[in-house]
Ligand binder design. Structure first.
Ligand code: HAM
Length: 453
């Protein structure tokens, strides 16, 4: 029985209609070729980190909410942006908004030899206002060192991040669109805070009516975080606020001098900004941020980090100091795009298999070539020779292997040069569309020779 086909127009309408589901706000599907760049970026980072003596850690995506509330009740990340829920066992858990707290929780639980150097890559979740460069699910690479106060480690970590950015083509201290500024500050030790917080509180309270409503609320919880306000209304008061550098201990000052001397010795350009406080409450001593020239100021932080000398103890571990950084992958890729750098890897296949016999030839040939280490793809659904050759052309494959009835019967395949830059013996270029029929048993060797650079 022949069933009536709906008219073409209504078919098209069905095809074009909005799908029932879209990715949730602030989340995205990353597709190839973006995912190819993403993968290469993480490989570059993994390589740099392992060469610097870091081992990888993979932590759970969700933890007891208490792990993350240690990041500071006053920070937006905890007070507004946590994705938290009760699981079926009645546990209050949260998706990780970052990795540092999980790394410290893991250290407290698994006790590693110190200094413990570990790196990570993965997604973090913050219920933020979605916009370009700001997502509810985003990816970070990062590195942490637990168990040493030595400020040389701060320098080595910064140098690791700098080396990573530079291998993508970004330029630390550069002026143009590829430029990234390393901003540095010291927040001193926890013991230095009370006197400074008193001074800050007094400064803001003296002009409370000039302060934005949000900052007045923040002032009640943590005056330090008012310095982080980007609201124009607060700018003047923030600029005139006392600076922490005048309140920190001699020891913390000496450590900061050592960090600066180390960066100078390695030729890493930086600017000191005494108002850099960053968005998480755990920081002590060295803090830093990488800001991209090419991105608008609200989303120009490509990455950042610093010391968190009380966090491991806060999470029930030994009183070991820690220092690290995390770099946003999404923003780094946007900055690279805007600067026109860091192309993705070439993912085109070497060989396209065109088979029109209707038998198993296409399946077997593709399998044999893949087992020989070649990048291979083919058409399905018994398409015509013309359609398969069109697909071969579109794929960017250097070579097509063709098997029709004639070749199948003779135990041969036809090999066709698809790109004129495939090189022949002695470097002479093969001619595009040049085709030769060879024995099936010579197929792998002949194609490997054709593909030689
Ligand atoms: P963070 O500054 O909150 O630090 O995040 C690091 C980077 O992650 C940011 O500079 C940014 O590139 C990216 N990022 C943060 N939130 C978003 C978002 N909503 N959308 C897209 N990208 C985002 C931390 O996470 C600390 N754990 C860094 C650290 C490690 N400190 C010491 N160790």
């Amino acid at each position: 029985m022949v069933t009536a086909q709906p008219p073409l127009a209504s078919n098209l309408r069905g095809f074009m209609a909005r799908p029932s589901f879209q990715a949730a706000p602030g989340t995205r599907d990353l597709l190839s070729p973006d995912t190819d760049r993403w993968r290469r970026l993480t490989e570059v980072f993994a390589d740099a980190a392992s060469k610097a003596g870091f081992g990888q850690i993979v932590t759970p995506m969700f933890e007891d909410i208490g792990v993350f509330t240690r990041l500071g009740e006053a920070s937006d990340v905890v007070s507004k942006e946590l994705y938290d829920f009760e699981d079926k066992g009645g546990r209050h858990v949260a998706l990780r908004p970052e990795f540092t707290a999980s790394v410290c929780r893991s250290f407290a639980q698994n006790r590693q030899l110190t200094p413990w150097k570990t790196w990570y890559v993965g997604s973090a979740f913050r219920y933020d206002k979605p916009q370009k460069g700001r997502y509810r699910q985003f990816d970070q690479v990062g590195a942490e060192v637990i168990g040493t106060h030595d400020p040389d480690v701060d320098v080595e970590l910064i140098a690791l991040a700098v080396g990573f950015y530079e291998s993508l083509g970004l330029v630390i201290g550069g002026d143009g669109p590829t430029g990234v500024t390393l901003i540095l500050n010291s927040l001193g030790d926890k013991a230095d805070r009370p006197a400074y917080l008193d001074a800050l509180r007094a400064h803001f309270e003296a002009s409370l009516d000039q302060l934005s409503e949000q900052s007045r609320a923040t002032l009640e919880i943590n005056p330090l975080r008012v310095l982080d306000s980007k609201r124009p209304q607060d700018a003047e008061l923030v600029a005139a606020a006392p600076v922490l550098a005048d309140f920190i201990s001699d020891e913390a000052t000496a450590a900061f001098e050592r960090v600066k001397a180390g960066l100078d010795a390695l030729g890493v350009a930086y600017v000191v900004d005494p108002r850099l406080v960053r968005g998480l409450d755990y920081y002590t001593r060295t803090t830093f941020e990488f800001a991209a020239n090419s991105l608008s100021s609200a989303q120009n932080a490509l990455g950042g980090g610093g010391r968190y000398d009380g966090l491991v103890a806060d999470l029930g571990g030994p009183d070991e100091p820690g220092v690290g950084f995390a770099l946003g992958i999404d923003r780094t890729l946007i900055a690279c795009d805007d600067a026109g750098i860091f192309a993705g890897p070439d993912t085109s296949v070497d060989v396209w298999v065109v088979a029109t016999t209707g038998g198993l030839d296409g399946l077997e040939i593709a399998h044999e070539l893949r087992q020989a280490g070649l990048r291979v793809d083919r058409s399905f659904d018994h398409r015509s020779m013309k359609a398969q050759m069109k697909a071969a052309n579109r794929s960017g494959a250097a070579v097509a292997v063709i098997v029709g009835e004639g070749e199948a019967a003779a135990g041969t395949v036809s090999v066709r040069v698809m790109q004129s830059d495939a090189q022949g013996e002695g470097g002479a270029p093969h001619i595009k569309n040049q085709q030769s029929e060879i024995s099936r048993s010579d197929m792998v060797g002949t194609i490997k020779e054709l593909l030689l650079p």
